[in-house]
Design a protein around this ligand. Structure first.
Ligand SMILES: [Mn+2]
Length: 404
């Protein structure tokens, strides 16, 4: 091809590109007005569109992007090699994100909570997943602990918080141990736990009968709170207990010794059946009574851990250890709304194992809804501090007393 012809062809190709892309010169910077116009035209995502971050939130791989500050981070922990029955919760984070598709900032107002957590003070990001090894649980525990420390120690985007808050998408329940290890270091004190679950998860590892015991086997999804107690990660005492809600597990042997062990670790137990006698309102007040601040003291910081198997298998069959006789999704949502005043410093939604759920995604939908309710509570609680921050503006250090 002669040079003159070639340049004519290239010029024609260029005009085609221009025709497709409008008259923009892509070498120049776009003005804020132009960017706003593009956002106005194309920034919206339907529930079924987009690449699948939680609730269409901005996706940032926070672990490798420390410059992007956030107030609340949704972090996936696709780890499931510490389970005792069905594996599969490694696919939980993806399933929960997928099931959160109809949550958008556009239609995110929570009428139960009177707040849209996606259109308020908090910068909420989908922080992606922690790349946890499925081949070495000892290393996985190190990785999870380091990841939680890394993210939880970051500077929050807003002055309303001292530290950013994480909501973890599990993963099996063992991830609560590294979460508590990290939180103890970040806040410099042990925490109390509000634990929704069919199971105790305070089991001594020897309650899993085997001649072939090992130290490594202690780290599993039924013993992580026993480990947490042993490591001093919980501030439980006989006058300030952590709380289980929704219990209905079978117990070891032929007596109540599992409950005795649990009581010795200073846990308070609300069973699944209690809701028949107390109603959701009674469950809520029983939880709030346990966490009520003592005279003249601040409210304790609490880690909220929600095993999706607290729900009946009718509502959440896609889970690692299903137990008939659980709560409905509506009851759990009602209870979560009722405890919105608690001082949550972190939370998880665990044991969503989508391989065992129906085609309608009911288990992951319930998981995504639980995350939404927790987000609503965290944003609402944080909003209480707004007046305080206004007063303290200009001061170098804020007290942040409502948070710790
Ligand atoms: Mn459980």
């Amino acid at each position: 091809m002669r040079p003159a012809v070639l340049s004519a062809v290239l010029a024609a190709a260029g005009s085609v590109v221009n025709a497709c892309g409008g008259s923009h010169d892509h070498d120049r910077d776009f003005s804020p007005e132009e960017l706003a116009e593009l956002e106005k035209k194309w920034g919206f995502e339907w529930g079924f569109s987009g690449i699948g971050s939680f609730a269409h939130l901005k996706y940032v791989k926070c672990l490798t992007t420390p410059s992007e500050l956030f107030d609340i981070g949704i972090i996936g922990v696709p780890f499931d090699t510490a389970v005792s029955y069905r594996p599969g919760a490694r696919f939980g984070p993806r399933a929960i994100r997928q099931a959160s598709s109809r949550q958008t900032s556009f239609r995110g107002f929570n009428p139960r909570a009177n707040i849209n957590p996606y259109q308020n003070w908090a910068k909420i990001l989908d922080c992606g997943d922690v790349p946890v090894t499925p081949m070495d649980n000892a290393m996985a525990l190190v990785q999870m602990t380091e990841a939680f420390k890394e993210l939880g120690s970051r500077k929050p985007a807003s002055q309303l918080l001292q530290k950013p808050k994480l909501i973890t998408l599990g993963g099996d329940h063992s991830l609560a141990l590294p979460a508590l290890r990290a939180l103890k270091e970040i806040y410099g004190r042990p925490l109390r736990v509000l634990h929704f679950d069919a199971h105790l998860d305070t089991w001594h590892p020897e309650k899993y009968p085997s001649t072939w015991t090992s130290d490594q086997a202690q780290f599993n999804h039924g013993s992580m709170f026993w480990m947490a107690s042993n490591e001093g990660l919980l501030s439980n005492s006989s006058s300030s207990r952590s709380v289980h809600a929704g219990l209905r597990t079978r117990l070891s042997g032929d007596d109540f010794s599992d409950f005795d062990d649990d009581t010795a670790q200073n846990w308070y137990r609300l069973t699944s059946d209690d809701i028949d006698d107390l109603g959701t309102a009674g469950i809520i007040s029983a939880i709030l009574e346990q966490f009520a601040p003592r005279e003249g003291e601040e409210q304790d910081p609490i880690y909220l851990s929600v095993d999706i198997d607290v729900l009946d298998p009718a509502f959440a069959p896609g889970t690692g250890t299903p137990e008939p006789g659980g709560w409905t999704s509506r009851e759990l949502i009602r209870i979560l709304r009722g405890i919105e005043s608690l001082n949550l410093v972190g939370a998880d939604v665990v044991e969503v194992a989508p391989a065992y759920q129906g085609a309608g995604e009911e288990t992951a939908l319930a998981g995504a809804q639980v995350v939404y309710e927790i987000l609503s509570s965290m944003v609402k609680k944080g909003r209480e501090g707004m007046g305080r921050v206004d007063v303290e503006q200009g001061e170098k250090k804020k007290t942040g007393k409502d948070e710790l």
